[in-house]
Design a protein around this ligand. Structure first.
Ligand SMILES: [Zn+2]
Length: 577
């Protein structure tokens, strides 16, 4: 069964059961500025899941385009990708667990109407209970009508992740879910104990192919406070994974969703399978983003797109692919029969892809010179997106051996910082601080750091004034900056923006902050705690905030003026473009 048939069968299965087919929303969320892309089929439906009546009724079904890039490093294994289509059906205060579970089972296993999967390869998990809510006995009992009891597992907190529970944060609907897994091994795993099943899950021998979320509880301030008036069902499945199960493949790249792109790529001189998958995935995601109006840039969505295209090119270079091959990959993906929009703008989409790649080739050449000069592989990763393997390969040609352990330690630290940066919301709130002001303020930290690096450690901040149009930064220095110094400072700030460094803070005793080398006005008394903001390894400064969470959103930094204010004090005016 081809993926196009899978989409059609899915939609008509639920249409026959009273659901209205709604079109996929754009990848770019319309009214939600908290996320860059739609990451799940339910996302555009959140207002309706919260109780707002949907104009099309209480039973909905669709195939939604989604982008998730959190797991970008995992792409190339069996199941991870950055663009995917999500099949989903919803009950907004209508049917509940009985019908949802029955239909999930029928859809997956029915040869006539559904996907015709082998029920002997199915495994079911249900919510095992915790402090918030009791175990979901009801779902377990319903499942027993369709599945042998020993293939249904109650899952509880196992020290890694909270299984089988869904919520949207501290407030709002939440509830247990039931997940369906499929055995993709050639011989079949047969009956398994819970422990054996969990081990099979770790090995990716079973993959999640369907998920029914039952929104029946309400959370307030992080606590479950009772049952909801309107109970909803939200189901979902990644088309790529279900297609893999239906087509009997053990990875998504062997399905017809990817196979034409992989085929084009398999003719390259050094066809490393992981790189081929990364190229196919990233080009695919890029063309869908471009078709939905995203253009490459240094901020937000444009930056995600830029990273994907750069990474695709780096891997293309690794497998010795011609640049033109990437154009062909984009072309075969654009020929997707399910997305007429992609096809109609195919020519324009391909020029955006190829222009960006041609531009990056030039950046890459300067990056390669850095490798030859022996630059640190971690810096190359953060500034040029060079995978360690690529840097290592080029270094090896020069007879240089790189320290992988050190690289991995730095990566781990980088990821921990990013995570911390992502979690910490500015406590004081952003009221009274516009988005641009916050960006400009964060940019002054980078400017301060860059000035100290280019002009010397005698440079200190003397004053700062910010509007939504520009920043103004006064600092101690005795003479006019040269043209060269100006452009060096500018370039250094822009480099740190491109590195997308996490901005994090810590509250430390004053003495400790000083010991760490934090800069800023130390007005506190000894023993006081001070707040120290860190931007990657580049800047450590006493400050109260607010700041952006990652420098990647700042845009292009440009100095427009450098002048004297008084003896020994200079002033810079700069803008973000
Ligand atoms: Zn600050």
């Amino acid at each position: 069964m081809q993926s196009e048939e899978i989409r059609k069968r899915f939609l008509s299965f639920f249409e026959k059961r009273g659901h209205i087919v709604i079109p996929s929303a754009s990848l770019v969320p319309e009214n939600d500025s908290s996320v860059l892309f739609n990451t799940a089929g339910m996302q555009p439906l959140v207002p309706y899941l919260m109780g707002y009546p949907h104009p099309q009724g209480k039973r909905l079904v669709n195939v939604q385009k989604c982008v998730r890039t959190q797991d970008i490093e995992e792409v190339g294994d069996k199941t991870h990708d950055t663009f995917f289509e999500m099949l989903g059906n919803w009950s907004l205060g209508d049917y509940f667990k009985d019908d949802a579970i029955k239909w999930s089972f029928e859809l997956l296993t029915s040869k006539e109407e559904g996907f015709g999967l082998d029920p002997n390869r199915l495994y079911i998990t249900v919510f095992g209970g915790n402090d918030d809510a009791p175990k979901d006995q009801e779902s377990f009992d319903i499942w027993k009508k369709y599945m042998p009891e020993n293939r249904i597992y109650f899952l509880t907190w196992n020290g890694k992740k909270e299984p089988n529970w869904w919520d949207a944060g501290e407030n709002g609907p939440c509830g247990p879910d039931t997940e369906m897994f499929y055995d993709t091994t050639p011989e079949g795993l047969g009956d398994m104990t819970k422990e054996e099943y969990l081990a099979a899950d770790d090995r990716q021998d079973v993959v999640e192919i369907w998920n029914d979320v039952f929104m029946e509880y309400e959370k307030r301030d992080g606590k479950v406070v009772g049952k909801l008036q309107q109970k909803n069902v939200d189901t979902g499945s990644g088309l790529e994974r279900i297609t893999m199960a239906i087509q009997g493949k053990d990875n998504i790249f062997d399905t017809d969703l990817f196979s034409s792109a992989i085929k084009v790529l398999s003719n390259v001189p050094s066809p490393d399978i992981r790189s081929l998958r990364i190229i196919a995935d990233h080009i695919r995601t890029s063309v869908f983003m471009i078709a939905d109006g995203v253009v490459p840039s240094n901020t937000d969505r444009g930056y995600v797109l830029r990273r994907l295209l750069r990474r695709a090119y780096v891997h293309a270079r690794k497998v010795d692919a011609e640049t033109e091959t990437l154009n062909t990959v984009a072309e075969v993906i654009i020929e997707n029969p399910s997305y007429k929009g992609l096809y109609n703008f195919g020519q324009e989409t391909r020029s955006v892809v190829m222009n960006e790649i041609e531009k990056f080739k030039i950046t890459l050449e300067s990056g390669l010179k850095q490798v030859e000069k022996g630059a640190d592989p971690f810096t190359l990763f953060t500034s040029y997106g060079f995978p360690f393997e690529l840097t290592e390969e080029i270094a090896n040609e020069k007879g240089v051996v790189l320290d992988r352990t050190k690289f991995e330690q730095e990566m781990k630290r980088h990821q921990e910082l990013s995570r911390a940066g992502g979690q910490k919301k500015f406590k004081g709130g952003l009221a009274g601080h516009g988005e641009m002001e916050v960006k400009y303020h964060t940019a002054t930290h980078l400017l301060h750091g860059a000035l100290r690096e280019v002009l010397g450690k005698e440079v200190f901040q003397k004053g700062s004034n910010i509007t939504s149009e520009r920043l103004r930064f006064d600092f101690s220095f005795t003479r006019k900056m040269t043209e060269e110094e100006r452009s060096k400072v500018e370039e250094l700030v822009n480099e740190k923006i491109r590195e997308s460094l996490p901005v994090t803070y810590q509250d430390l005793p004053l003495e400790e902050a000083q010991k760490l080398g934090a800069i800023g006005l130390f007005e506190e008394k000894y023993g006081d705690k001070v707040r120290v903001y860190r931007i990657g390894d580049f800047s450590l400064e006493l400050c109260g905030g607010p700041h952006v969470e990652s420098t990647g959103v700042l845009g292009k930094f440009k100095i427009v003026k450098e002048e004297a204010v008084s003896t020994g004090v200079r002033r810079i005016k700069a803008v973000l473009e």
